[in-house]
Design a protein. Structure first.
Length: 258
């Protein structure tokens, strides 16, 4: 069974690379294929099948591999936005995030507004895991933060909630960065909002003060600069409707299980 799962995992990584390569081909003159409705339906069918296969073969709470402290990478590189634009975030940096709050709302029974110092006092989990970027690089680091499950249990989900959306302080080309997950990944024990990286406060380029870690998915799902968690019944009305910044704008897969 493990060999089958590994094979599927490698296959989906190859498919991601193919999709990215396809984007380059489109710029070279294959726009007709990229704009073909039936072709897009085929790609969407493949993503849905990948999601279903992973869910059926994997133990739903199986942990991503964790490593020893001596196996950590010398550095954990930053990627994407290194410093959110705007005065509001700059003021938070200057005050060492003293006034940063996390909002938990949407389809919850008890909406929350939690100051950062309170979040850091909540039950925490540490894990040393490997970050796999869709661009082809990996790094191993230690993360410490509050399990998202604890936050959701504290807020209490309404019965109609199906997805959890993480809204961020950064934007690319004017579009807010966000990511989303089904309840299974949101409640996974390794899904945490991290405030420490390698036993030090999370650096700004790596997503300070709160960065999502969802260890069974690829790096673009690990949203940085998280400032709001929203429970929703559907993703169709959230920004571009496909569940994430890169999913909306570049056709990345919504389910990026590695």
């Amino acid at each position: 069974m493990s060999n089958i799962i590994t094979s599927i995992s490698l296959t989906r990584r190859a498919l991601v690379g193919t999709v990215l390569a396809g984007g380059s081909l489109a710029l070279s003159g294959c726009d007709a294929l990229g704009n073909n409705e039936h072709f897009r339906e085929i790609l969407k069918f493949g993503e849905d099948a990948n999601y279903a296969i992973h869910r059926s073969l994997q133990d739903r709470m199986a942990l991503a591999k964790e490593f020893r402290p001596d196996q950590r990478s010398p550095i954990f590189r930053s990627n994407g936005v290194h410093m959110p634009a705007g005065d509001a975030y700059a003021r938070h940096v200057a005050s060492e995030f003293r006034d940063w709050t996390l909002i938990i709302d949407g389809l919850v029974i008890h909406p929350q507004i939690l100051p950062l110092n309170q979040i850091r006092s909540l039950p925490a989990r540490s894990q040393i895991t490997r970050h796999d970027c869709v661009e082809g690089w990996s790094a191993i680091a230690k993360w410490t933060g509050v399990p998202v499950k604890f936050l959701l249990d504290r807020a209490g989900l309404k019965p109609e909630a199906r997805y959890i959306v993480f809204h961020c302080a950064d934007a690319n080309d004017g579009s807010p960065y966000y990511e989303s997950f089904d309840l299974l990944d949101a409640y996974h024990p390794q899904t945490i909002l991290a405030w420490n990286l390698n036993d030090e406060p999370l650096p700004v380029p790596n997503g300070a003060p709160l960065r999502l870690r969802v260890e069974r998915q690829l790096g673009y799902k690990h949203a940085k600069y998280v400032q709001r968690i929203e429970a929703v019944a559907s993703l169709k009305t959230i920004y571009g409707g496909k569940g994430g910044f890169w999913e909306d704008g570049a056709g990345y897969e919504w389910y990026a299980g590695a």
